[in-house]
Write a protein that binds this ligand. Structure first.
Ligand code: FAD
Length: 466
């Protein structure tokens, strides 16, 4: 087990020399926002010893070298919207905030890529691509605040992943600072690359444990010209979720296929104070279709209408996109308003197993007498299951939550699924990963971590604990 040294006055002085006095923070008021991410359970809070805001890769390299010399943990941080406590300094040390590195460096409309720094918000990336006439397809629900560097580090998914894939599929290359303080570009500007091991893909989704991402080469695509948003309302869970594999098998590739159960709809409605259609007893499937011409989209919409009706839909409506997506995106905040402490699980199963998974998850909730709200990216097989603490005592919560998770993930793995579809392992799921992943897989992950970060200074205790 690695042991670490505290951040002492001499280290603070060196950090100030590297980034400038103004960009090293040590007061509790300034550091508090960096002591947690969006996980609300107080056991996932830890104050940094220092927060440092570098301006470029060269400064980060110096900080990392200093941290290696002094054996101090460094925790890279984007916008802190993560849902796995991955950017929280549980082993102490320096939080390295990428917020000052927020420039869009280049948009190449001929080769269709853009180059950005990690601290640009996802929404700013999308808008800049749109302004140049292109699409950046990454689209997590947190896009108005999450950083693109955080998206890469977590391999963020989101609503459009069913058509375009997760963040991994949007990346041509990365510049990183390695855990030993070297600056290197992996991949780059090319569409294809079979040049040795895919180190780019190793860094994507590594949650700040294998390198600090300092520059990102993002793929651009043609901007779709037309879109239709549909809302299919079903009377129960089984018919709602059961239509998803049928839509996907019909040869249509929707841009989004999202699911909301009835309790979730009611909770979002109450939170937003905005009435949603059939919210008293409906279960939603929300579909976005995008394409080049209106006629083709209308044909696809008609097929989906037929499939939904055959599957027992009470209504299939053309939805007001602003209203319906606002409700869908309010899922986490609405649950937090209802129960400050809740555990958002991020299960993923093969898409055809989604109906079985969702039905059995509901049964687990009933068995343990816990409130569970389900919503998510149905056609990816990725459902967020929010387990609400509500009025449970801390003692009861600490007993019930692990029991529910054990049954939940036993079910998920029995269906060929995985622990996390998009939020990552972070700190929150380290023990669950050890419990459910193959020991060989864990051994390989540990070997990679130890090879790249021999002093275990970069985001220690996340993904795997050595
Ligand atoms: C309301 C809401 C909706 C959400 N919806 C989605 C969704 O649809 N899909 C989805 O996938 N996620 C979603 N999330 C989760 C979260 O927004 C994503 O995980 C996002 O990618 C995190 O980005 P961030 O900038 O906030 O990263 P942070 O939370 O700051 O960090 C996350 C991880 O990335 C690492 N990291 C950050 N920047 C760097 C860097 N430059 N170099 C190396 N490591 C780095 C950190 O160390 C940490 O391990 C949602 C969250 C909320 C609150």
């Amino acid at each position: 087990m690695a042991s670490y040294n505290p951040v002492n006055e001499a280290v603070i002085a060196e950090l100030k020399k590297i980034v400038g006095e103004k960009y090293v923070w040590t007061t509790p008021e300034k550091m508090e926002p960096y002591s947690h991410d969006e996980v609300t359970d107080p056991k996932y809070v830890k104050m940094p010893e220092a927060v440092v805001l570098p301006a470029n890769a060269a400064e980060i390299a110096e900080i990392i070298k200093l941290a290696n010399r002094e054996r101090i943990p460094v925790v890279p941080r984007g916008a802190g919207t993560g849902l796995a406590s991955a950017a929280v300094p549980f082993k102490g040390g320096i939080v390295l905030s990428l917020e000052r590195m927020n420039k869009i460096l280049e948009i190449d409309t001929i080769n269709m890529f853009m180059v950005v720094e990690p601290g640009v918000t996802t929404e700013a990336v999308q808008k800049a691509a749109n302004a140049a006439g292109y699409l950046y397809a990454g689209d997590p629900c947190s896009g108005d605040s999450s950083f693109i560097g955080g998206n890469v580090a977590t391999n963020a998914g989101g609503n459009k992943a069913v058509k375009y894939g997760t963040t991994r599929r949007q990346i041509y290359g990365l510049e990183i600072v390695t855990p030993e303080g070297e600056i290197v570009t992996l991949g780059g500007k090319c569409m294809k690359d079979s040049t040795g091991y895919s180190l780019v893909n190793l860094i994507i989704g590594s949650e700040g444990t294998l390198g600090v991402i300092t520059k990102i080469y993002l793929k651009l695509m043609p901007l779709p010209k037309e879109q239709i948003d549909l809302l299919a309302v079903f009377p129960d869970l089984t018919t709602a979720i059961g239509v998803v594999p049928k839509i996907m098998a019909a040869g249509i590739t929707p841009t989004c296929v999202e699911f909301m159960d009835n309790e979730t709809i009611k909770c979002c409605e109450e939170f937003l104070r905005e009435k949603q259609p059939h919210s008293d007893n409906g279960y939603y499937i929300i579909i976005k279709l995008e394409g080049e011409n209106e006629e083709q989209l209308e044909e696809q919409a008609a097929t989906i209408d037929e499939l939904c009706s055959e599957n027992g839909a009470m209504a299939v409506l053309v939805a007001d996109p602003a209203k319906i997506w606002k409700a869908r995106k309010a899922f986490a905040e609405a649950d937090r308003a209802r129960s400050l402490v809740f555990s958002m699980e991020d299960i993923v199963v093969p898409m055809s197993e989604i109906p079985k998974a969702v039905e059995q998850i509901a049964a687990i909730g009933r068995k343990h007498g816990v409130t569970m709200h389900c919503a998510g990216h149905a056609a990816d097989g990725n459902i967020h299951v929010n387990i609400l603490k509500d009025k449970m005592s801390d003692e009861e919560w600490n007993r019930v939550l692990p029991a529910v998770q054990e049954e939940l993930y036993t079910l998920v793995y029995s269906l060929g699924g995985k622990l996390s579809g998009e939020h990552g392992i972070g700190y929150k799921r380290v023990k669950l990963l050890e419990r459910f992943a193959s020991p060989v897989e864990i051994k390989m992950m540990k070997a990679i971590k130890q090879a790249l970060d021999p002093n275990l200074i970069l985001n220690p205790g996340k993904v795997i604990d050595i």
